[in-house]
Design a protein around this ligand. Structure first.
Ligand code: NAP
Length: 312
């Protein structure tokens, strides 16, 4: 229970994904008393990534989960504290700034919002009903339940492509439904996907509903957006990878958001409120990668340290 805890942290970091953990490491090394508030375990979306090919210094043998653990250990080894709780609301007008947790309050002179993003919903019939019974947003978490089965992936971005590649090693067949006639995913994924014998890409096609029987997914109904042709495709699971939604609900208008619902910042991560920063997938920027999240974390932490010098 943190209520009545009078500690005023130099920096409170909301979220322990790569951006938050890097911010914590930089804050701690700069001599700031800092704390990370994390709901679950460290890593965020990174922890659910099979392998990172594009994080310098790490190769296919390091999983996203392992890298998350390393980042977390590194941050805490320099003195960053961790509190496992959820931030439910904030008061950034107060001095010090206030984070309301499910168990009490946390006070801090600066705040770094690193709350990341979660998978977007497709919004079709059957999606809610069969969530956890064949509808999944995490191939690395749920893929093994469908060993040797026919499954589908919805989406054409990096996540969909990585999911399809991962599932191709576990499942009998993987059908990827892409709503346009091109993938948004990086070129290397395009090449890899096309090389896999058990992966079929169905272009210009959207999933209109997910069907189930006896509490489990048995297929999807799809429609070709160019011809209007419809079909029912039997699958045991539908992995949805149609983008992400930023985790900003707890801010409730405290920070300026852009059109995409992500937090507006300057190049060092400063938000519309002085002393409050945003890093990683929750902020508006052009490239959403682990590399850019860690860079965001470093920039924001350094600027927060400078802010404290100027305001104390
Ligand atoms: P994304 O890049 O936004 O791609 C979303 C995909 O879903 C697009 O193909 C989009 O189609 C499609 N889509 C959106 N709504 C749809 C709908 N209602 N029905 C059917 N398809 C729909 O999202 P993401 O793949 O989750 O990636 C998010 C960010 O993380 C990206 O910046 C990505 O580069 C990054 N990421 C990187 C890696 C990596 O580097 N290894 C891995 C995973 C993610 P349109 O193209 O037509 O919009």
């Amino acid at each position: 229970m943190r209520a009545a805890d009078s500690t005023v942290y130099d920096a409170a970091i909301v979220g322990a994904g790569p951006g938050g953990l890097t911010a914590a490491m930089y804050c701690a090394r700069a001599g700031l008393r800092c704390v990370i508030v994390e709901m679950l375990s460290p890593g965020g979306q990174l922890a659910q990534t099979e392998h990172l090919e594009n994080y310098p210094g790490f190769n296919q043998s390091t999983s996203g989960y392992e890298l998350s653990e390393i980042m977390s250990d590194q941050a805490t080894s320099f003195g960053a504290e961790v509190v496992y709780d959820q931030v439910v609301s904030v008061d950034f007008e107060a001095c010090p700034k206030v984070l309301r947790l499910t168990e009490g309050l946390m006070l801090a002179k600066t705040v770094i919002v690193a709350s990341g993003a979660r998978p977007a919903k497709l919004g079709v019939p059957g999606e809610e009903e069969f969530a956890g019974a064949g509808v999944s947003y995490c191939a690395t978490c749920d893929g093994n339940f469908f060993k040797g089965k026919d499954v589908c992936v919805v989406g054409g971005g990096d996540t969909a492509a990585a999911d399809a590649i991962y599932l191709s090693r576990i499942c009998d067949t993987v059908t990827v439904f892409v709503r346009r006639d091109v993938l948004r995913a990086t070129a290397i994924y395009n090449t890899k996907l096309r090389e896999l014998d058990n992966v079929r890409i169905v272009w210009n096609t959207i999933v209109e509903s997910i069907e189930g029987d006896d509490g489990a997914v048995v297929g999807v109904s799809v429609r070709n957006v160019q011809t209007g042709e419809t079909a029912k495709v039997p699958v045991s699971a539908c992995f949805i990878a149609v983008g992400t939604v930023p985790n900003t609900e707890f801010l409730d208008g405290a920070l300026e958001l852009g059109q995409t619902g992500r937090i507006v910042t300057n190049s060092v991560g400063e938000t519309s409120v002085p002393g409050v920063y945003a890093v990683g997938d929750v902020r508006m920027k052009s490239l959403y990668q682990v590399t850019t999240a860690v860079a965001d974390g470093a920039n924001a932490a350094e600027d927060a340290a400078e802010y404290l010098i100027q305001h104390e």
